[in-house]
Design a protein around this ligand. Structure first.
Ligand SMILES: [Zn+2]
Length: 142
């Protein structure tokens, strides 16, 4: 059993965990995640329209080192803040010390990966793709 908090347990604050090896999710536990609540309120269409801020401490920051937080959470953008969480931030009683706010990601939707990122439309050779996808396309279809 990994130590708490792990990147896996942190990502459950956002939506069902897709970390390899983890089968448990908040959905199966019958509890909505921060992003599910936003979708239910019709503020988000999909998790990839979201930009999230995770408010946590340095232990969490260390647990997340080397992980792509946006990828773990299946959102377009994610940042970690060591500041105090604002009023109204999403939190769970059994995931202490962690809170989340969800906003709409800014930018356009990449037509390949569907992440909403500011660089989409700015890449001349691939105006409908994000930087990562433009690279992938150039390297695999050159
Ligand atoms: Zn992309």
């Amino acid at each position: 059993m990994a130590t708490h908090p792990t990147a896996a347990c942190i990502c459950r604050c956002f939506q069902p965990c897709r970390t390899p090896g983890s089968r448990r999710s908040w959905r199966s536990a019958g509890r909505p995640s921060a992003i599910e609540l936003e979708r239910a309120a019709k503020r988000l269409g999909s998790s990839l329209q979201a930009s999230v801020t995770l408010y946590a401490d340095t232990a969490v920051e260390q647990a997340l080192a080397g992980h792509d937080l946006a990828e773990i959470c299946i959102v377009s953008a994610a940042q970690l803040s060591l500041a105090a969480a604002p009023d109204g931030a999403f939190a769970m009683a059994d995931v202490p010390g962690i809170a989340v706010t969800v906003e709409l990601a800014s930018g356009e939707k990449c037509q390949r990966c569907w992440r909403v990122l500011p660089e989409v439309t700015t890449i001349a050779a691939h105006p409908d793709l994000c930087g990562r996808c433009a690279d992938a396309v150039d390297h695999h279809h050159a």
